[in-house]
Design a protein around this ligand. Sequence first.
Ligand code: ZN
Length: 383
Amino acid sequence: MQPDSITIALRLPGLVVLGSKEWENRIEVVARYSNEEAVCPRCGRTTWQVHQWHGQRKRDARIWGKPVWLLLWKRRFRCRICRKVFTELDPACGRWRRTTRRLRQKVAHQANEASVRAVAHWHGVSESLVQRSWLEAWRRPVRWGPPIFVGMDGFCVRRPGQMWTGLWDLRERVPVAAVAGQRQRDAEGMLEGLPRPEKVQAVVMDLAEAYRQAVQMVLPQAAIVADKFHVIALGHQALREVRAGRRQRGSTAALMDRGAERLSHQERQRLAQALATDPRLATAWALKEQLRGVYRSQTYQEAAERLGSWLQAAKASGLPSFARAAGSLQRWREEVLNYWHFPLTNALVEGKHNRLKVLKRRAYGYRNDSTFLLRILNLVHTD
Ligand SMILES: [Zn+2]
């Protein structure tokens, strides 16, 4: 099939299109940089004397659904002053790269949602390029200092339940480290690998005894903060246990799970009717809301009082699931209240769960855990 000559807007900064052709299975674009001068890397002076042209083939992101090949004509300049010969910079691709930054960013982004193989196939690039682009996109810049506020939590990687522990810089909202396992030993090893462990002021965590002991061992100066969402989840879990086995219309269950302040007037009335016939359920719902209410406290003192009342009410409720939740929170009382010294939660880590999803999906592509561990450490290494 004959190629069509087409006009194409490349929209790559600094580049001008010299010509382009559309083929059945690809688009070819010829381009060069538009600047007429270059700065000599040796003496810093400007030159316009072109010593030589040479073409380089690069891959770019798809246009109109077709892969794009870029023939980039690059110049070698000769400095008029010191006579150095040098190749012009290539900001659209980066040094020594055979793909445009735009393509690598696109590939990295898509690799969050689809498998490495699918993305490689779609763009007609190698799987290793997809992996490298992905790592490039997520790499932690060196300029960041050691983490001061960190979040620590367990996550499941493989379906039978291989558990991992992750560590997150809560200010920069980036992963810092990950380790297979969630025993105290695993967590201690990970914390010991922190660049400046003595700088950590607070650690936000799930209510996991192994993590608490690991932090007390390795970071004795750090305050431990029980993650707000895990604390509130205890109330929801206890409520679900009370509800289990009761015949309920699905909509009532949904109303009970939602925060009271988010219910419309009519929804409140429906919920009140449902609860009126079932005092135990009404108590459970009220306790769930009361626990959420602890987090509306303005001061440490207020929070301590509200938590104290909740613990008493939960124990006196006659509901075993709430008595158990109260037992847990009694053991974590100090850490729960530390939230009023360090108002941090693990939910601050924006996109964290997306990344975990990605890690999980990618885990299936690896033959064993140690390869996967290397990938993750590569991804989240602390410089
Ligand atoms: Zn020079």
